[in-house]
Write a protein that binds this ligand. Sequence first.
Ligand SMILES: Nc1nc2c(ncn2[C@@H]2O[C@H](COP(=O)(O)OP(=O)(O)OP(=O)(O)O)[C@@H](O)[C@H]2O)c(=O)[nH]1
Length: 327
Amino acid sequence: MTAPAPMPRPEFILLTGPLGSGKTTLLTDFLQSGDMSETGVIVNDAGEVNVDGAVLSADTRDLAMATLSDGCICCSMGNSLQEGIDAVLEARAVRGLGPPRRIILETSGLAEPAPIVRSLRAVRQMAFDLRIISTFDAGQPRVGDDFLPHYACQLAAAQVVVLTKLDVMPEADWNPRAEEARAFNPLAAQILEADPRARALAAFSRAYAEPEPRAAHFSALPVGSARITVANARWQPNATWADISEWIDNLTGFLGARLLRLKGLVQPMGHADPVLINGIGDAFSPPRSVRMADDRKLGLTLILRDVAQDELARWTGHLSQPKLDFQ
Ligand SMILES: Nc1nc2c(ncn2[C@@H]2O[C@H](COP(=O)(O)OP(=O)(O)OP(=O)(O)O)[C@@H](O)[C@H]2O)c(=O)[nH]1
C-alpha cells in the first residue's frame, strides 16, 4: 500500500489591491462558492466588509472570521495580525474545529504587502504557505501617477492578479488592460474571467500556490508606466553566493521602497541546484534550493519604481555585478 500524500501546509492568502478594485466582491464570491468549513477570514477594517451582514452572515455557520479595526494593518505597530489569527483559531476551537486549511486576509486598499509579510513570519502557531492575490480594476482608466505607488507595490507583490469588472467592458479591451497589469508584474499569473464564481474559484485555487521559478522569462513589454522598470539580472557562472547575496543586500539598501519585487533563480558556483530568491519589497523569504525538472532560465527579475536605468547602471558599475537587461 502506498503511503498517503502528506497534507499540504495551510495557506495564508493575502488579498490586496487598490481601493474599490473588487477585493470584497471577489472574496464574497469565493465564500459563496461552496463549503467554507476549511476557511478562516480576517478583514482589516470592519467597515470594509460590505459583504458583511447579508452575505457573510448568511453563510457564516462554518466561517471563522475576525475583523481588525485598528487602522491599516501594514501601518499599525504591534501584533494585530497575530491577534487576528488567534481570533480565527479561537472561533474554530469553540466549534471543535482545528486550524483551517486557509486563512484569507483582506487588507485595506492602502495597505502595502511587505510589512504584512514580515509580521506573518513572526506568527507563533504555525507555518503557512503564503500567497498574495491582487485585484486590478480593468474598468478604470490607466493607472495615474497619484495612485501608482500603491498600485505598484500591491501588484508587484502578487502571485496572482485578478482583473475585475471585465463583465462591463468589451472583450476586445481585456488584453490591453491585461498588458497594463503585466507591466507592473510580469511574474504573476493573471485571471481574465468575467463569470464571478469561476473567477473566484480560479483566484483562490492552489494552482498558483507554488512559487513559480520562472525568472528571466518574458518578452518585451509594449505598455507600462514610465515609472515602473522591469529588469533581469544574470550572473556569470563563476559568481559565488557571497557575490550574489552581497549584490542583493546592497541593492535593497540602495533602492529602499523603490524595490517592489525581486524574484528568480540563481546558481552560485559550487551549488548543484539553483537557489530561489523571493523578495516582496524588503521582506525576503529564506533562499532555498530548487531541483529543476526542466532547464528554466536563470536570473532575477527586478520590478522597480522610479529608478532610471542609468541610475542603476551607475550604481552597479563598481560592484561585482550581474548583467542587467531592461524591459
Ligand atoms: N460590474 C462589476 N462590478 C464590480 C466587480 N467587482 C467589484 N465591483 C463593484 O465595484 C465596487 C467596489 O467593489 P469592492 O468589492 O467593494 O472593492 P474593494 O476593493 O473591496 O473596495 P475597498 O475595500 O473600498 O478597497 C462595488 O460597487 C462592486 O459591486 C466586477 O467584477 N464587476
